[in-house]
Design a protein around this ligand. Structure first.
Ligand code: SF4
Length: 192
């Protein structure tokens, strides 16, 4: 990939969340945050996205480098224990629910969930203002967008809290993309 300025990639994260207030359908772009790291991993056989291009990690570094509350690494039980597997399982389940529920909305079996949730448990008590109406957008697309936006919001807020308390990129130690990348790289090396 062509070398690009990476210092300001955090702006992409801010723009993504801002676009959700313009029209929630932009939330579907959150899928790219899962797709691009995997494509680059397969192409480069290393964690190119995590090491250079992730806008979220760039946001954590920009906000908290040298400014975090404790300035210390997170406890080992969090970064080196089973937490990353729990987070991976949780987001796997989240993706499955997202996919199944979108299919159900598409087939007219359930109503779309046109609201945000933090994790899959807590519904946010306010509606996202929409500057541009979604018009005749399909229900399933709205449902999918709200669910992707909710996932991105949950992981970003978790990452911001961890980065604020510990080192800026603490979230990366338990991020599902990192865990999947590590496992895939191990398997690629074994197969080579
Ligand atoms: S581990 Fe997750 S948050 Fe960290 S750089 Fe990789 S994709 Fe971004």
């Amino acid at each position: 990939m062509k070398k690009i300025k990476t210092n300001y990639l955090f702006i992409i994260t801010i723009v993504f969340f801002a676009l959700g207030f313009v029209n929630i359908l932009f939330g579907i772009l959150g899928f790219l945050c899962m797709l691009i790291p995997i494509v680059l991993l397969i192409k480069d056989r290393k964690k190119t996205w995590c090491q250079r291009y992730c806008p979220r990690a760039n946001l954590f570094t920009t906000l908290f480098q040298g400014r975090s509350l404790t300035g210390k690494a997170a406890p080992k039980w969090l970064t080196k224990g089973k937490v990353k597997w729990f987070v991976l399982a949780y987001f796997g389940m989240n993706l499955l629910i997202l996919t199944m529920s979108t299919i159900m909305v598409f087939r007219g079996r359930v109503e779309p969930m046109e609201y945000l949730r933090l994790t899959i448990a807590f519904r946010l008590p306010w509606d996202v203002p929409q500057l541009i109406s979604a018009g005749p957008a399909a229900n399933w697309a709205l449902h999918l967008a709200y669910r992707f936006y909710s996932m991105m919001l949950t992981t970003t807020i978790t990452g911001l809290i961890l980065g604020w308390v510990y080192l800026p990129r603490t979230w990366c130690t338990i991020c599902p993309i990192n865990t999947i990348s590590d496992v895939s790289l191990k398997n690629m090396k074994r197969a080579a």
